[in-house]
Design a binder for this molecule. Structure first.
Ligand code: PMP
Length: 366
């Protein structure tokens, strides 16, 4: 028998679906310029940080107690921030939209059920499905990486999924699905329709959200996050907006006390400073647009984006380009269709470093 500390994964009675799997992760490397995970590059201001520190010091006095399981105050703050006449009974927060999505599949997916989505899309979706024993079924997006009502509904008819997962803007393409299409899809299916709007604030019309459809559809769930435009990725706070009965379903599957007191108060401070947290969104949108033009000018194929990142290519050996940039201190992402790379909008300085590094690499890029 091997020593406990030298036991290998292969020696363990792992669930069959996990055999050979790797833990998810974009590389987390200590590199001068990180443009790889679509974060907002600007840290919270000093005023916000001070308020966060005060709020954490206050809550520290009662950390011997469990937090509010229902996150009542945070849900009220979120409802106010979301607008659209949404009430706190329609809001469900968790540790990042990753956890929100897992709750959704725990409640509405599961053994013998399926989730349908359209590729290329966010690389975590198959993992949420696997972890919740939900069948993960995909159909391809169209040639412009978009989706029409007909394309979605004919796939729905064929697959008969329990959950349809639509991402707009989509990661990694940055392409959107109009609210009118989501409306028609909701009208055309009894499945739970999940709209992942993680990057909605970066679009040209952020108020054009599927949240507006909630009064019409009891099976629609819109998922958002404070990780991207809202510049709070480290705070781990995502949320679903849906009918109160859907929120009741999500409350059943969450772990007790899933959101720590610290997470709750930090997010509440950030929400109290919402305009400041979102202050750089216009600049980042412009940086992304300029980056698209610049990449195109240099002969690259660019997918027109409505997010804070751009997919560009095509390279015969994208890994070589990724590595050459990394060697120059710039970390981007090898993701999406063959031959493409994804870069996100950084500060002007970070974006400049990326551009110089790419200029250096392009002449010999395979
Ligand atoms: N949805 C999409 C489309 C994403 O790209 C991401 C982050 N990369 C997430 C959800 C998850 O974000 P978080 O868990 O930080 O809220």
């Amino acid at each position: 028998k091997p020593e406990p500390n030298s036991i290998q994964l292969e020696d363990l009675p792992l669930r069959p679906e996990l055999i050979g799997a790797e833990p998810y992760g974009a590389p987390q490397l200590d590199v001068p310029v990180c443009l790889n995970v679509n974060e907002n590059p600007y840290p919270p201001s000093e005023a916000v940080r001070k308020d966060m520190a005060k709020a954490v010091a206050k809550v520290a006095k009662s950390l011997n107690r469990y937090p509010d399981r229902e996150a009542t105050g945070l849900r009220e703050d979120l409802a106010r921030y979301i607008g659209f006449g949404v009430s706190s009974s329609q809001v469900w927060p968790a540790n990042g939209s990753n956890e929100v999505m897992t709750h959704i599949l725990q409640a509405f997916g599961g053994p013998g059920r399926s989730v349908l989505t359209f590729t290329p899309t966010y690389s975590m979706y198959p993992e949420y499905a696997r972890n919740t024993h939900t069948d993960y079924v995909t159909r391809p997006r169209n040639a412009s990486w978009g989706l029409t009502t007909d394309e979605i509904l004919s796939a729905v008819e064929e697959v008969k999924p329990d959950v349809v997962l639509l991402t707009t803007p989509n990661n990694p393409t940055g392409t959107t699905i109009p609210v009118a299409v989501i409306d028609e899809v909701c009208a055309g299916t009894d499945a739970i329709v999940v709209v992942d709007e993680a990057y909605q604030e970066f679009t040209d019309a952020p108020e054009d959200s599927s949240i507006a459809l909630l009064p019409k559809y009891g099976r629609l769930i819109v998922v958002r996050t404070l990780s991207k435009a809202f510049a709070l990725a480290g705070g781990r706070l995502g949320y679903a907006v849906a009918a109160p009965a859907i929120v009741d379903a999500l409350r059943m599957v969450r772990l007790p006390y899933h959101l720590s007191d610290v997470s709750q108060v930090v997010a509440r401070v950030a929400l109290a400073h919402a305009p400041e947290m979102l202050a750089r969104v216009d600049e980042l949108r412009e940086t992304r647009a300029n980056l698209e033009d610049w990449l195109q000018l240099h002969g690259l194929d660019v997918v027109s984006s409505q997010s804070n990142f751009v997919l560009f290519g095509r390279f015969a050996d994208r890994h070589a380009v990724f590595q050459a940039l990394l060697d120059r201190g710039v970390l981007i992402r090898e993701v999406g269709p063959a031959g493409y790379l994804r870069v996100c909008a950084g500060t002007p300085r970070q974006t400049d470093v990326f551009r110089s590094a790419l200029l250096d690499v392009l002449p010999t890029a395979p």
